[in-house]
Design a protein around this ligand. Sequence first.
Ligand SMILES: Cc1cc2nc3c(=O)[nH]c(=O)nc-3n(C[C@H](O)[C@H](O)[C@H](O)COP(=O)(O)OP(=O)(O)OC[C@H]3O[C@@H](n4cnc5c(N)ncnc54)[C@H](O)[C@@H]3O)c2cc1C
Ligand code: SF4
Length: 446
Amino acid sequence: MEVLLEKAIIYSVVLGLILLTIYIYVRQLKRNSKRVDEKIKKAKEEGLHEPVSLHPEIDVNTCIQSGACIEACPEKEIIGIRNGKATLINASRCIGHGACFHACPVEAITLVIGTEKRGVDLPHVKRDFETNVPGMYIAGELGGMGLIKNSVEQGKQAVNNIVKAISRAKGSEYDLVIVGAGPAGISATLEAKRLGLNFITLEQDTLGGTVYSFPRAKIVMTSPMDLPLFGKIKLTETTKSDLLELWIKVLNENNITIKQNTKVESITKEGENFKLLINNGETVLTKSVLLAIGRRGTPRKLNVTGEHLEKVAYRLLEPENIQDKSILVVGGGDSAIEAALALADLNKVLLSYRGEAFQRIKVKNGEKINKAIADGTIEVRFNSNVVEINELNIILSLSDKEIKTIDNDLVYIFAGGELPTDFLKKAGIDISTKFGHAVLKHEKKR
Ligand SMILES: Cc1cc2nc3c(=O)[nH]c(=O)nc-3n(C[C@H](O)[C@H](O)[C@H](O)COP(=O)(O)OP(=O)(O)OC[C@H]3O[C@@H](n4cnc5c(N)ncnc54)[C@H](O)[C@@H]3O)c2cc1C
Ligand code: SF4
């Protein structure tokens, strides 16, 4: 009897412990899921939840919530665990390191581009980087795969393929024109020099590409990059300025000048050559073209007098270094509002927007700008248009057709961008829209 009682007590204690463990586990799971739910809610409010380009797609039936993907991702909080399965949080911040893909022990992750709802236009590019237009090549993020290291590798490989296929066409000034001087264009430039090609590189802005247009100092590289005429760069973490300095140093040491502030407006066929129309109206003839123009496009211009002045910019870098200036910010989207807010503490900021009210902006930005208007830290003029930009002032037309001249030191224009799709189509390149197309997937899923 006593033995039985003893056994019953032991079994009860063990059962109790098991139930307690399950209870604690379930409670923890619920708590964590709630936290992830809150993060997703915030990401939705801030417009960061919906993927814009590359992102991981998680097979929830295979996921075992190991958390290895979360641990591996250098960007943080792109993935979280909710209800025992990995899920996307700030998906639009994913830049395609693919670290999650490699880390997952059960191969539950595929790296895809576009979603069912939001398609992404991708040009057709063959394995040798040539497009459907013979002699016209694409390297870097424009082809679908992001990251500095990948772009550097593709720029180099594309030039190697171009050299093998260069035409014997007569009458062209160049063997090759490289369009764009981001990581892919810079690497292609160095490789073209190494191989002794007669080439030129044209950049619409300043060299450096996408990384330099974003307010982020840290650059993460998950694997080393091999830069032509320099060699292996084994940095896992660096800064924008250090990387830019390195690129400039290698270009200078090899006597290479990249033609900056030179936008290629269009590319047409002229006999066997290509004719590139440049923004200053000049044309360039070349046997082959390498497009390394990334996916971000070209900032849209207002096309007003004075827009060419040095004080006009289409991106804001290091706002903390700008003070005591009278600044005009143009635009009604998140970029314009974020720039105005970043400048308002140390400067006098006027925000001009041609619309009646801000539309489709992040909730947080809406709250912040309303507060800044109420405090008088930022003056906002809706229904206004820039008429002219001068060295010392700007001329604005206001809603009541009143024209006003306002003292001004700097102008920042955020009027959206022209994506490269039309430019590519006009050049004859085939484009298709991808709705969740896999760019990195495990063999077994083929
Ligand atoms: C916020 C953010 C952070 C990132 N952080 C990292 C990171 O830490 N590590 C990493 O590896 N990657 C990072 N990336 C990704 C990386 O920046 C890109 O994958 C990479 O820059 C792509 O290189 P690219 O040369 O193909 O294109 P881009 O860098 O976009 O360069 C294209 C160049 O072409 C020029 N151009 C465009 N059109 C024309 C034209 N018509 N005529 C002349 N020039 C033109 C542009 O001005 C630009 O300079 C980040 C991206 C973003 C958005
Ligand atoms: S692809 Fe890269 S940035 Fe995107 S979630 Fe995976 S590790 Fe993070």
